[in-house]
Design a protein around this ligand. Structure first.
Ligand code: MSP
Length: 673
């Protein structure tokens, strides 16, 4: 077996900020990389951002930004978020980087040279959010995209196609010979039956927009974003010594994108001349997370924003929850209450408690050092604890190998629980009362400390920070994986008698019922339901208007009061707010969010055109006749090609905005002070 382990996450679309769903995959990939590296493997962990395509192009233009400025801003949000969750990717790839473009174009050329790329025509229903065509039968009854429940667009393409049909049999043969290629089993069956239904050739170029990688020798066309994006896994290890990591060992993806990874991707690679043994080893599809049982919508996200959770509860604790709560291939649910009960039960009451109740004995009776166990004083209880440790250490390793981190972590906590039982049964507090039984006490305390050492290794992939803190209290160095050295705790007795312990503060916060109520309040959670609050500021890059320039946003200055910075009254007075009456409203073509409004501000020149990003919350006809508060002196700017001469004020999440109106009627043009 190769000693290399190359794990990847999907590259994330930059039309959105990191959220719990994307954090879930990234944390899982990081944990696998850490666990394999502890076992002595040479690991590589890749993540990054998917920055081309119509969806990104439109998202940028809806904000009045050039796509490059837009993707630069959001990509850095991803890059900055992961370390805060203790994720340490070896590389972060962006599809706008030259190193990637080169490899994508090269892959294209290789497929073309093999006769698999041809010119043709295609028309059908296209979902911009999924960036894929849907046959009519797959749309909902209302003819919406089955995933996003958004309108699809009838799209006609003249361009390049990939001869996917040619790979149907080869793929089926590969699935048959390599049952580990698509996992879990249910997804594998889905993929196989999809391929058996017959594969159609795939449209792989676009001419209707330019935000993509130019097709070699025909730059009027840009590559279909999935052809471009899938190549990232190859481009990141194409230059120099990283080549040795090819092919990926484990590609973690969400269940919604398994077809792209298990069908298109290997077909592109086979076409480009990769042999069956050079294909990725495993594509593993994980399930979807819901929040309090609800689909993860933008409106729910900011209260479960992963970095905020990590800052509040601890990065290790959040990682532990994500990996432990849900079996990797299954759907699962997040709630603050579930997170709190996991921290309380598994971490504070089981693992933390074991440490807290044991160290005082070492301090008081053994001079703060690891006591020396006596083989002669071994009872059945010590033998049973050692045997249990051994079997749980093996089971945990097998669970990581089987891609079941939740089971691996369960083994570690089961061991801490077992050891708490041992502690109770051996009652060191009674042994301590009798000086004649000091050696027996030493044996008991040694056994518990050694189990804690074992737990620090078993849990490190999930909770590296807390495991290193635990090790520090045991007087041990932090864990540093070394290639070729297996640090899995297969041997009993790693703790050396006589070495100094370093008791410190409790590892885990004790969350009382009162604390819980306060925490739920801080996160806006009522009766298990997450309250909806504005996500605009958290999710979106700075808009290119008169108040926020189209350059990457700077870190916020220190908040003054109420969490925001203050401005001088003179600055506020510069903003001209007026009442405007909406005379007509229509949608901006090809945009979900933008509405084109004609708004009367009582000006002799007649109504002004304002482009407002409220189309996910209002139908145009709901607005006609309404009087809204308008920012009247913003410099005009273009949004998706339409001039906007002002801004509508509204509050709330992007898909649940509430416009700002007035309580008593006033004429259009009245200043708002
Ligand atoms: N850019 C493509 C992937 C290209 S890979 C060559 C993409 N990006 S995405 O940002 O929309 O989604 C990235 C991943 O996040 C997907 O694996 C998706 O399944 C996952 N998740 C998005 N929402 C999720 C949940 N609610 N729960 C778990 N994972 C979720 O698709």
């Amino acid at each position: 077996m190769s000693n290399r382990f190359y794990v990847t996450t999907p590259i994330y679309y930059v039309n959105d900020a990191p959220h719990l769903g994307t954090a879930y995959t990234t944390v899982a990939a990081d944990a696998f990389a850490r666990q394999r590296s502890l076992r002595g493997m040479e690991t590589r962990f890749l993540t990054g951002t998917d920055e081309h395509g119509l969806k990104i192009d439109r998202s940028a233009r809806e904000l009045g930004l050039e796509p490059q400025a837009f993707v630069d801003q959001i990509s850095s949000k991803f890059r900055d978020a992961w370390p805060k969750l203790l994720c340490e990717p070896s590389d972060f790839i962006r599809t706008t980087e030259p190193r990637h473009k080169k490899v994508a174009q090269d892959l294209w050329e290789r497929c073309r040279a093999n006769g698999d790329i041809f010119e043709g025509e295609h028309e059908g229903w296209y979902c911009v959010s999924c960036e894929q065509f849907y046959p009519e039968k797959d749309l909902t009854e209302e003819k919406l995209c089955p995933i996003h429940k958004r309108a699809v667009e009838w799209t006609k393409e003249t361009g390049y196609f990939f001869r996917l049909s040619r790979y149907q049999d080869k793929l089926l043969e590969h699935y048959e010979k390599h049952p580990e290629f698509v996992q879990p089993e249910g997804r594998r069956n889905e993929v196989i039956s999809f391929v058996k239904e017959g594969l159609k050739d795939l449209s792989i170029s676009r001419t209707t927009f330019q935000w993509g990688i130019p097709v070699p020798n025909d730059p009027k066309h840009v590559m279909y974003v999935w052809f471009d994006a899938l190549t990232n896994y190859l481009s990141a290890v194409s230059g120099g010594p990283e080549k040795r990591f090819w092919p990926p060992t484990l590609q973690l993806v969400g269940k919604d994108i398994v077809r792209f990874h298990a069908i298109y991707w290997p077909a592109f690679l086979l076409s480009a001349g990769f042999g069956a043994d050079e294909l990725p080893k495993t594509v593993f599809a994980h399930g979807f997370l819901t929040i309090n049982g609800q689909k993860m919508g933008k409106s729910l996200r900011n209260t479960v924003e992963p970095v905020r959770l990590a800052e509040y509860f601890g990065a290790g604790e959040v990682r532990y929850f994500l990996l432990r709560e849900v079996a990797l291939g299954q759907d699962g649910d997040f709630s603050h209450k579930k997170l709190i009960s996991r921290i309380r039960a598994d971490l504070a009451a089981t693992l933390g408690n074991l440490l807290n109740r044991t160290l005082p004995f070492a301090v008081k009776h053994f001079d703060g050092a690891v006591p020396k166990p006596s083989a002669e004083l071994d009872t059945d209880r010590e033998r049973a604890l050692r045997a249990k440790t051994r079997s749980l250490v093996d089971d945990a390793a097998a669970a990581w190998d089987a891609l079941e981190p939740h089971r691996a972590l369960e083994c570690a906590i089961a061991l801490a629980m077992e050891c708490n039982g041992y502690f109770d049964a051996r009652a060191p507090w009674s042994l301590a009362k009798d000086p004649a039984r000091k050696d027996e006490l030493a044996t008991v305390i040694y056994h518990v400390l050694e189990v804690l050492r074992v737990c620090s290794v078993l849990l490190w992939a999930a909770l590296p920070d807390k495991c290193d803190a635990l090790r520090a209290q045991l007087g041990l160095d932090p864990l540093h994986p070394v290639i070729g050295v297996d640090k899995w705790p297969l041997e009993w007795g790693g703790l050396v008698a006589g070495s100094k312990l370093a008791p410190g503060a409790p590892l885990f916060r004790n969350i009382t019922k009162d604390d819980e109520a306060k925490i739920l309040q801080d996160f806006g959670v009522t009766d298990g339901e997450t309250k909806v609050t504005d996500t605009k500021a958290a999710d979106k890059p700075a808009k290119a208007d008169a108040t926020t320039p189209a350059t990457p946003s700077k870190p916020a200055e220190a908040p003054a009061t109420g969490g925001s910075t203050t401005i001088a009254f003179d600055d506020f007075a510069k903003v001209e707010l007026k009442l405007g009456e909406v005379k007509s409203a229509e949608r901006v073509p090809k945009s979900d969010k933008l509405l084109k409004l004609q708004v009367d501000l009582g000006e002799p020149s007649g109504p002004r055109q304002i482009i407002a990003g409220i189309g996910l919350s209002y139908q145009p006809e709901q607005l006609v006749g309404k009087k809204l508060v308008i920012v009247a002196n913003l410099a005009p700017r273009k949004l998706m090609g339409h001039e906007s001469h002002g801004m509508v004020l509204a509050c709330g999440p992007t898909d649940g905005l509430s416009i700002t109106t007035i309580e008593k009627d006033q004429p259009a043009g009245t200043p708002v002070k």
